[in-house]
Design a protein around this ligand. Structure first.
Ligand code: FAD
Length: 530
């Protein structure tokens, strides 16, 4: 039996940093990872065009000043191979690999009240226990795999963006279908359009997209290096976890129309996800939201030559920014190519797959060589619910969360002592620059474990009343915004049968940090320590 102080599940950005912090403090820590290497998201998602949508000088670790100075980000938004190299570099540079068990999936966690430890059962059969378990299992790590009738009959190749073959895929000259037009779909479509023979895009819901203006990064990187610490501090205090120039924020509905357009033009020219950040009512006031949405719709019409096609590519059924916006590099222009076809699934849903391709409900058949599935993830709760987690009295987390996740601060769930979640549901997580949120959670958890150790305590658990309050708070805050109006993966709406409940905390990264740090200082108010 291997008995550890801490077992961390997952070796993505979160698991690696958690290991680094705890080991430096003398905690005997093991990381267990299902994949064959470190990297998490950036290990699995190798599809053409995969890259981050937050600038790399922000979407990177801040915990080590030398690392910040040494690492060269070649583009404003690094592509997947470069991000994966970075994660691997971090694992090597900080000697993390020796404490990471790869190719091993954690299947169950059982709390033993007598020993106050977790028994961790994993696919390698090695018996392990740990005083604490930290789930760094990722918010977007369990792919949603829709059950299309006849998929097994398809004679061509089926590729999933979320588990793209490591050796790559040769799509040159082939007839390719892409299902899904979220971030991964957009990136894939844009990257493969120049090389495929024909491309058929199956769109359920059009996406709002803002331009990336990606490119070489030398100047930005040089500028960032002169002021990394201040920049990171701004990001930690911001609402999204990266510097979006929020100080000048105004209410759109109180701003002259000309000034609104001026501000949107300015941010459009800068590019990236700070586009709507100039207006604090974007997600609170339907008219303000519609004004920004209309601006983006007009931009789509400028890019797509066919007015009829432009209209089909234009999002109208949900508020802008109520789903994660996409960051694009020529996506809409792809539809000006003669060999590209758009199939609007709102009008003609997929009926089934056949040996030759895809058939829609109106009987139209699309014969293809390759089907690319860009169908998203069972977000936020998927990876936790995939593990059979039994807390005090054998109660299951899956059962407890059947009607939506219940946590205190997105960090712990009552009835599951000594089990922490990094970027768990009801924390800012997916609404933020995840690196900022990951580092905050890891630091918070590390501080909590140190606090317990210094006082000779062995157990920490969320108080059920504090949890109730937090669940209400996050739901109420969500309801004050337009976000729940979208059938988004934030709501679990992309997974059949999943409870529709708005999962992230919308109050912003800075507020959340102040709140959670305040709770730590006040001797972990709302937690029971013993
Ligand atoms: P992950 O990177 O998801 O790592 C979790 C790891 O846990 C995985 O390797 C998984 O195999 C492992 N695991 C899960 N369950 C088990 C188990 N039971 N047993 C063993 N191992 C397990 N966020 C941003 O902020 N900016 C971006 O630009 C951005 N771009 C993204 C692009 C894509 C294509 C995707 C999918 C996500 C993107 N994200 C982005 C979100 C991204 O997931 C996070 O930024 C970040 O990488 C998450 O790190 P993590 O360590 O928390 O989780």
């Amino acid at each position: 039996m291997a008995d550890h102080d801490v077992i961390v599940i997952g070796a993505g950005f979160a698991g690696l940093y958690q290991l680094h912090r705890l080991r430096a403090l003398g905690f005997d820590t093991r990381v267990i990872e299902a994949g064959a290497d470190v990297g998490g998201t950036w290990y699995w998602n190798r599809y053409p065009g995969a890259r981050c949508d937050i600038e790399s000088v922000e979407y990177s670790y801040s915990f080590d000043a030398d690392l910040e100075q040494e690492w060269d980000w070649s583009e404003r938004y690094a592509a997947q191979p470069e991000i994966l190299s970075y994660v691997r570099h971090v694992a090597d540079r900080f000697d993390l690999r020796e404490d990471i068990v790869l190719n091993t999936r954690v299947e169950s966690l059982d709390w033993d009240d007598a020993t106050q430890r977790w028994t961790v059962t994993a696919s390698d059969g090695t018996p392990r226990t740990a005083r604490y378990v930290i789930a760094a299992t990722g918010c977007l790590s369990v792919p949603s795999r829709p059950d299309f009738e006849g998929l097994a009959d398809f004679a061509g190749e089926v590729l999933w963006t979320s588990s793209w073959p490591h050796e790559g895929a040769d799509l040159a000259g082939k007839r390719v279908a892409v299902i899904g037009t979220g971030s991964s779909g957009l990136q894939t479509i844009t990257a493969i359009a120049p090389l495929v023979g024909s491309l058929t895009v199956f769109q359920r819901t059009p996406s709002y997209a803002v331009p990336a203006h990606n490119g070489p990064n030398a100047d930005r990187l040089a500028a960032a290096r002169t002021r990394y610490p201040e920049r990171r501090e701004v990001s930690r205090a911001s609402s999204k976890g990266f510097d979006c120039d929020e100080e000048a924020r105004v209410l759109l509905i109180e701003t002259e129309a000309e000034a609104v357009v001026g501000e949107l033009d300015r941010r459009w020219d800068i590019g990236g996800l700070c586009f709507g950040s100039g207006f604090s009512d974007l997600l609170k006031d339907a008219d303000a939201n519609e004004a920004v949405a209309e601006y983006v719709r007009a931009r789509i019409r400028e890019k797509v030559k066919s007015p009829e096609l432009a209209e089909r590519l234009t999002p109208r059924t949900y508020p802008i920014a109520s789903k994660r916006m996409c960051v694009d590099t020529g996506y809409f222009e792809v539809f000006n190519q003669d060999n590209v076809t758009l199939v609007d699934l709102a009008e003609r849903p997929i009926a089934r797959m056949t040996g030759r391709g895809i058939v829609t409900e109106d009987g139209a058949a699309y014969d293809v060589d390759v089907i690319v599935m860009a169908t998203g993830f069972d977000a936020m709760t998927g990876a936790l619910n995939a593990i059979d987690i039994r807390g005090t009295d054998g109660h299951s987390l899956r059962d407890k969360w059947a009607h939506g996740p219940r946590t205190y601060l997105g960090l712990m769930s009552a009835g599951f002592p000594n089990l922490f979640t990094v970027t768990g549901p009801q924390s800012p997580s997916v609404l933020s620059n995840m690196m900022t949120s990951i580092e905050h959670h890891v630091d918070w958890i590390t501080r909590a474990l140190t606090h317990l150790r210094e006082r000779g305590l062995r157990r920490m658990e969320a108080d059920p009343d504090a949890e109730d309050n937090w669940v209400h708070t996050t739901n109420d805050l969500g309801d004050l915004t337009l976000m729940p109006q979208a059938a988004s993966w934030y709501m679990g709406a992309n997974i059949p049968g999943k409870q529709r409940v708005f999962m992230p905390f919308v109050g912003g990264v800075g507020l959340y940090r102040d709140l959670t740090n305040g709770i730590a200082v006040s001797h972990y108010h709302g937690f029971e320590l013993s």
